[in-house]
Design a protein around this ligand. Structure first.
Ligand SMILES: Nc1ncnc2c1ncn2[C@@H]1O[C@H](COP(=O)(O)OP(=O)(O)OP(=O)(O)O)[C@@H](O)[C@H]1O
Ligand SMILES: [Mg+2]
Length: 376
């Protein structure tokens, strides 16, 4: 049976897909290779997609992904409040536990290794205690820290959250947002020149803490182009789009996409994700784009009508870090030469795994395989 999964399932918007029906018979767009040949999307059955995802998962293993961007530590101080301070009208937290975890781009590195890839983290840490914490936490996960640059002039970014039960009482940030200077750029350049030729793909993870400057980002683009590597960018909402010119793919969430589009002259489109995606692609001269839509999944722009993949999440407990999982899965799948659409299925499924867990946890390759087997 040519089960027209796409037509019979609520997983995919019918409108763009039906428009594919009118594509000429010979023009096999959105195809993906299977052992049986190249299938256009309109022919793909759900079980074919599922089988292909499972069969191709091992191809992600060992893919080297260079991650460039800001790193940080997330610290959780948890305890109980039993009284108000005599010094000021504030609660006193009696500390019961302290936990430090990898944050910002370091969490993307954690996601890459959990999915079976091999991350190379190029970033800057301060010469301080939290800089050492990041290195130790990376080491615990088997991630090398020799591609990190240390700078005595910058504190390591750290966000300390004080919690009492489920109540978030206060957050304390240690950080600088000042842009890297020429000296630091040179140190970063040596690392990029060393590692980009060896990697299978590049992620730029911008949190606007100063590491992703126009000069550093464009250096990444140049080196990646020279060595024929694809760059995937998780953008920051107010970074000038020029920084990202040359990216293969950008993965903003919906709000970020709308904010970024405001930089485009004559931008007059409100509420229409498809038009925003088209405008952003034109602006950064990319032919591909993914806009993540939270509980509504994601839109994939790859020529023709955008493809909507609704979320595959079964339960939602904590959406923290889902974006990091999405970009990690895309980077690995693209490095393994998967089609953008199959990469989207993978990323959406991996995000489904992490939103069902508490905290910014990474999705492991075995968990993902099991999830695909049981829930897709
Ligand atoms: N509430 C939700 N229910 C189901 N799935 C979700 C939900 N929120 C996020 N997801 C999944 O996670 C993916 C990424 O989510 P989102 O669009 O919120 O990214 P993001 O805002 O960049 O995340 P982050 O805050 O981690 O950077 C979505 O494409 C979807 O698969
Ligand atoms: Mg995000």
């Amino acid at each position: 049976m040519v089960c027209t999964y796409i037509i019979n399932t609520p997983f995919v918007d019918l409108k763009p897909l039906l428009s594919l029906l009118f594509v000429t018979r010979h023009k096999r767009i959105r195809g993906f290779k299977t052992s049986m040949g190249v299938y256009p999307w309109i022919m793909a059955t759900k079980s074919e997609i599922k089988q292909k995802l499972i069969d191709d998962l091992p191809t992600l293993e060992g893919k080297k992904i260079l991650i460039f961007g800001d790193v940080g530590v997330d610290e959780y101080v948890k305890g109980q409040v039993k009284r108000i301070s005599p010094e000021a009208p504030v609660p006193v937290v009696e500390v019961e536990s302290i936990q430090k975890v990898l944050g910002l781009s370091a969490n993307v590195a954690a996601n890459i290794i959990a999915l079976g890839g091999s991350p190379i983290l190029v970033s800057v840490v301060g010469e301080d205690a939290d800089g050492e914490v990041i290195k130790a936490l990376l080491q615990e996960k088997g991630i090398a820290s020799d591609s990190l640059v240390s700078d005595p002039g910058r504190p390591t970014t750290s966000k300390l959250r004080v919690m009492s039960g489920q109540h978030h009482i206060v957050r304390v940030d240690y950080e600088t947002k000042s842009e890297i200077d020429g000296n630091l750029l040179q140190k970063i350049k040596s690392q990029l020149e060393k590692w980009i030729p060896q990697c299978d793909g590049v992620i730029v993870q911008d949190y606007a803490k100063g590491i992703v400057s126009q000069a550093s980002c464009q250096l990444v683009m140049e080196l990646a182009k020279k060595h024929n590597k694809k760059v995937i960018v998780d953008p920051y909402r107010s970074t000038p789009l020029e920084y990202y010119q040359g990216a293969y793919l950008m993965t903003p969430n919906r709000d970020e996409a709308f904010d970024l589009a405001k930089q485009i002259p004559n931008h007059q489109v409100w509420g229409d994700v498809d038009k925003i995606g088209a405008q952003l692609m034109e602006k950064i001269q990319s032919e591909k784009m993914v806009i993540t839509l939270g509980s509504e999944g994601m839109k994939i722009f790859n020529g023709g009508a955008p493809l909507h993949l609704p979320t595959f999440a079964r339960g939602v407990f904590d959406v923290t870090g889902a974006g990091d999982t999405v970009i990690s899965a895309f980077a690995l799948a693209i490095a393994a030469e998967w089609s953008l659409e199959m990469s989207g299925y993978l990323a959406n499924l991996a995000a489904g795994v992490v939103v069902a867990q508490v905290g910014a946890v990474a999705c492991s390759a075995p968990d993902l395989k099991q999830y695909i087997q049981n829930h897709f």
